[in-house]
Write a protein that binds this ligand. Structure first.
Ligand SMILES: [Zn+2]
Length: 186
């Protein structure tokens, strides 16, 4: 049996389910959004202090599909983003990184060291892995990820790629523009 805070969460689900109204089926929803260009996917960090639904005012009138991972990094989200392209063909993918992110504090060498302690037999594999560290500004990590997404053959070229920097202290979201073409290396 589960224990800890998840127990209360499961109890709350009972109340949630009691008043639940089922959404449209997947096929109906996807065919309704596909081709309209109105689908929005937001890639953001897993940090529990960050609530993209609140930050963006998402409600039943303004929907978005959420993808979250450590740092909101594109390389870790390509599978999901490409799958979503085949289902709902979103017209916009927004990449949101935030200040005081774990990835700005725990760089790859620290993560690698911690993982090698857990799984020493995987040392070589772990040392060859990237974990999404953010060493410069979050504006630069957003630009890196915008460039990676634009360069991905799995992402439709007509997709609008939007970069966002979120200040976790003020709640302010700022749009990040691409690097000038000569710096992007593309
Ligand atoms: Zn974060």
């Amino acid at each position: 049996m589960a224990k800890g805070p998840i127990v209360e969460m499961l109890a709350r689900n009972v109340k949630f389910a009691a008043g639940y109204q089922a959404p449209p089926g997947l096929q109906e929803m996807a065919s309704g959004i596909r081709g309209t260009g109105k689908g929005v996917v937001v890639l953001s960090c897993s940090d529990p202090r960050l609530n993209p639904y609140q930050i963006l005012g998402i409600d039943p009138t303004l929907k978005a599909t959420m993808v979250r991972n450590a740092g909101g990094r594109v390389f870790d989200a390509i599978r999901t983003l490409s799958v979503l392209q085949t289902i709902g063909a979103p017209g916009t993918i927004a990449i949101m990184h935030h200040t005081d992110c774990g990835m700005t504090h725990f760089h790859d060498d620290v993560v690698q060291q911690a993982l090698i302690e857990i799984a020493p037999e995987e040392k070589a594999t772990i040392e060859g892995m990237k974990f999404g560290e953010i060493k410069n500004s979050i504006e630069d990590s957003v630009r890196e990820d915008m460039a990676m997404l634009r360069a991905s053959p799995l992402i439709t070229k007509s997709t609008q790629i939007v970069g966002l920097a979120y200040d976790i202290k003020t709640g302010v979201l700022t749009e990040v523009t691409d690097w000038p073409a000569e710096k992007s290396g593309l």
